[in-house]
Design a protein around this ligand. Structure first.
Ligand code: NOJ
Length: 757
């Protein structure tokens, strides 16, 4: 159904503006309305004063989001959108940026629509806008929330300078399945690390003041359990218990809601028969009522329409009713709220109060973004010119990138490269692949602006003869015709840097894999290069854990460099030549084989924990049950020793805190960073508890030979879990505390939580 809109005479608009102006004692800035005050009550009354003036069509328009189109042949669609804006049929856009383009749309909304309500303009700014930072999985490998905050801050500065108000980030989905392509967008497998990184990203995007012209509204996504898709197939069903939800998938959302995230996006999956776009229990009951979230929920792209495919709505009207009743306020591109809900309300199939509440949330968001005060505050051409790809941003990107690199292996300290090295063979097409360096979801980043690995090495070693051969055409190619040239330059050089992995497009949305092996003929290439006997360093570029057993067994040095963004090549070279000592740690377990999935460190013990000498235990007959590289693992050019783990007492009550400290010694010859990790195990509970759970961590810097005592506090909050009645409780009993540099090599102590009367 196509809804007809009547344009109101401009006199009406003037009267409305006058009424609001008088009522709220507004002042003007550049001729725009300036609401006076920001208390919740003030915002509420301001919003209500607009709501009473709105027609049903205009209300539904605020709940309708379209994607902007850029194609040469799409001018008719753009023209249609401009008309719709005038008619009040669009409240927000996604997929648009640039001061010029956004200003034009905002002008139409503010100056040509009846009520002059500004638009919200959104874009997927995931790990940088124009200056691209490491993909979120990589950034989490830095185990430094300050990095996530910094990169999100800079992303917000650039995005806001380019006319944007809203980003669909951070993605806070936890996953146990590296086949799932979107593992790259999150923090990995752990809810605690994930929660810390998620909250930091929200702080970075939103800053102190959402109305400032250098902040953007954040959107935590995808609510919820999107990372639990069966088989690692994007969009697939998640069938998980409420316990898994509450212990694994919900915590990062709760963490960002505590950090005042402005918006949340619903996920494509269903849980236990209820698609998330119709899941009133999780959205309205848990997130809004139980946790007190009072922001806005947006659908994912066509998520409302997909309720038809899920088979819980017979037609679009029903899909729209289901979604908005479940608490999904904005319909992203399904075009269902706009076209179907009017009839549903008229037929009394949907209470108008539900629509009004959703519209209030949209208007509040616009208010919080400062758009009623100055709808053009994000449209400043000079700022856009000055800030995009600013040298400070590039510097920060390089720093975060260096901190995100994980050294997986370094036999005989083959790295860093000897600084007298005269010749190097760089092999692998990924070494010159700017597009892949940026990773998936690279915003407005440009491939040609990315420093590739080859470029970075050349810049770092100007006096060294560097030869390059592709080795393979693309990571997935089966073509071996380039091997010969690669072997030839390897033979002519003192050492080889072999760049292997996945292309940037092999992870991200809808980019799932059924194997975690190196794609194409890359392992064959590695074997050929290995035969030359030259010192060999593998630089991995990839968006997920890979099962690289052959490399692990045969190649002396392996660097996990993920996709590091605009400054990738410089960051990798900094580490290769020893200008930077790598200190990243894996935020996700690397399996030996895809068949081990799900494999994650905080698993349950089972009734028959694996034992190599006992047949009837939980393991495989054809492969070890342990990971190739465990969660939290990563080496350094120096070595660290942990000593004297100390608890200040061995009993505590619920209201106490326990002080834990440990000595960390840099026992090697160079300065370096170490991520000190603290895990807890509840030995006996009324429901089973994981073998260990990360509860704190600190990335510290130690000079060669230096020792630091690192301290943590444990409080009842760290010991809580959901009991059989799904109540968050702390139960008396014994707990183990583990501290160390990864989830396996740990010092251990024990304490008791005693009941208070
Ligand atoms: C679909 C993705 O699932 C979501 O993460 C993204 O924000 C939207 N598309 C908009 O691009």
């Amino acid at each position: 159904m196509n809804i007809q809109f009547t344009r109101q005479p401009s006199l009406f608009r003037l009267l409305f503006v006058f009424a609001v102006f008088t009522f709220f004692n507004l002042t003007t800035v550049s001729g725009q309305l300036v609401p006076n005050g920001s208390s919740n009550a003030k915002i509420g009354s301001f919003v209500d004063s607009i709501l009473v003036k709105m027609t049903l069509e205009e209300k539904l328009g605020q709940l309708n989001q379209y994607r902007w189109v850029w194609g040469e042949n799409e001018e008719p669609i753009r023209q249609q959108y401009r008309e719709y804006i005038k008619e009040g049929k669009i409240g927000s856009f996604l997929g648009i940026f640039g001061v010029e383009s956004t200003r034009e749309l905002q002008r139409i909304a503010v100056e040509e629509s009846r009520l002059g309500i500004p638009l919200l303009l959104a874009f997927d700014v995931i790990h940088g806008f124009r200056t691209i930072f490491p993909v979120p999985l990589a950034e989490s490998a830095s185990w430094e929330p300050a990095n996530a905050e910094k990169s999100a801050r800079i992303a917000a500065i650039e995005a806001a300078a380019s006319g944007l108000h809203w980003t669909f980030a951070p993605m806070v989905d936890i996953t146990h399945d590296p086949r799932w392509g979107r593992i790259i967008e999150g923090a990995g497998e752990d809810p605690y690390l994930g929660s810390q990184m998620a909250a930091a990203r929200v702080r970075g995007f939103q800053g102190q003041d959402l109305a400032a012209s250098n902040t953007v509204l954040a959107c935590a996504k995808h609510f919820v359990a999107y990372g639990a898709a069966e088989g690692g197939r994007d969009y697939n069903t998640a069938d998980i218990s409420e316990r898994s939800l509450r212990e694994i998938y919900l915590p990062p959302f709760q963490s960002v809601i505590n950090s005042d995230v402005a918006t949340v996006m619903a996920s494509f999956n269903e849980i236990g028969g209820v698609p998330m776009h119709a899941n009133g229990w999780l959205i309205n009951d848990v997130m809004r009522r139980e946790w007190g979230f009072n922001g806005l929920v947006i659908s994912d792209f066509t998520g409302v329409m997909e309720l038809l495919h899920h088979g819980i709505a017979a037609d679009s009207t029903q899909a729209g009713i289901n979604a908005i009743s479940a608490g999904v306020d904005i319909d992203m591109v399904s075009n269902i709220y706009l076209t179907k809900l009017k009839q549903a309300i008229e037929k009394k199939e949907l209470p108008i109060a539900i629509v009004d509440e959703a519209v209030r949330r949209v208007l509040k968001l616009k208010y919080r973004a400062g758009l009623f005060e100055d709808p053009y505050r994000y449209q400043d051409t000079n700022r856009e010119k000055q800030l995009l790809l600013h040298s400070d941003h590039l510097k920060a990107s390089r720093e975060v990138a260096r901190q995100s690199i994980v050294l997986l292996k370094n036999e005989n300290q083959i790295l860093p490269l000897n600084n007298n090295i005269q010749s190097i063979a760089v092999i692998g097409a990924l070494a010159t692949d700017g597009r892949s360096s940026l990773g998936s979801w690279h915003g407005a980043g440009r491939s040609e602006e990315a420093i590739t690995v080859l470029q970075g090495i050349r810049d770092a070693l100007p006096g060294c003869a560097i030869k390059f051969a592709e080795g393979y055409t693309t990571p997935q190619s089966q073509d071996k015709t380039r091997f010969a040239k690669a072997v030839e330059i390897a033979q002519q050089s003192e050492a080889v840097i072999l760049v292997l992995g996945e292309s940037g497009a092999m992870s991200g949305e809808a980019s799932n894999r059924s194997t975690l092996d190196l794609p194409g003929v890359q392992q064959d290439l590695a074997q050929e290069i290995h035969k030359t006997g030259k010192p060999l360093v593998v630089v991995l570029m990839n968006g997920r854990p890979l099962s690289i057993n052959w490399l692990d067994q045969n190649v002396p040095a392996i660097l996990e460099t993920w996709f590091l963004g605009s400054q990738m090549g410089h960051a990798v070279a900094d580490v290769l030549v020893g200008h930077y000592n790598p200190g990243g740690k894996l935020p996700v377990t690397f399996p030996r084989s895809v068949g081990q999935i799900p494999i994650y460190y905080n698993h349950k013990n089972t009734g028959r924990p694996p034992d190599k000498d006992i047949v009837w235990t939980s393991k495989y007959i054809d492969i070890d049950w342990t990971p190739l590289y465990p969660f939290g693992y990563g080496l350094s050019y120096t070595t660290f020793a942990y000593k004297n783990l100390n608890l200040n007492k061995n009993q505590m009550v619920k209201t106490d805190t326990l002080d834990v400290s440990v000595e960390v010694h840099n026992t090697g010859k160079v300065d370096g960073d170490e991520v000190v990790q603290l895990y807890i195990q509840d030995e006996v509970g009324s429901v089973t508890r994981p073998v260990k759970q990360l509860r704190n961590f600190k990335r510290i810097h130690l000079r060669a030979g230096e020792m630091k005592r690192v301290s943590f506090k444990i409080s009842a909050e760290d010991l809580q879990f959901y009991n059989i009645a799904m109540k968050n409780v702390v139960e008396p009993g014994f707990f183990k505390v583990y501290v160390g540099g990864n989830s396996v090599d740990l010092l251990e102590k024990r304490f008791e939580l005693v009941a208070t009367k």
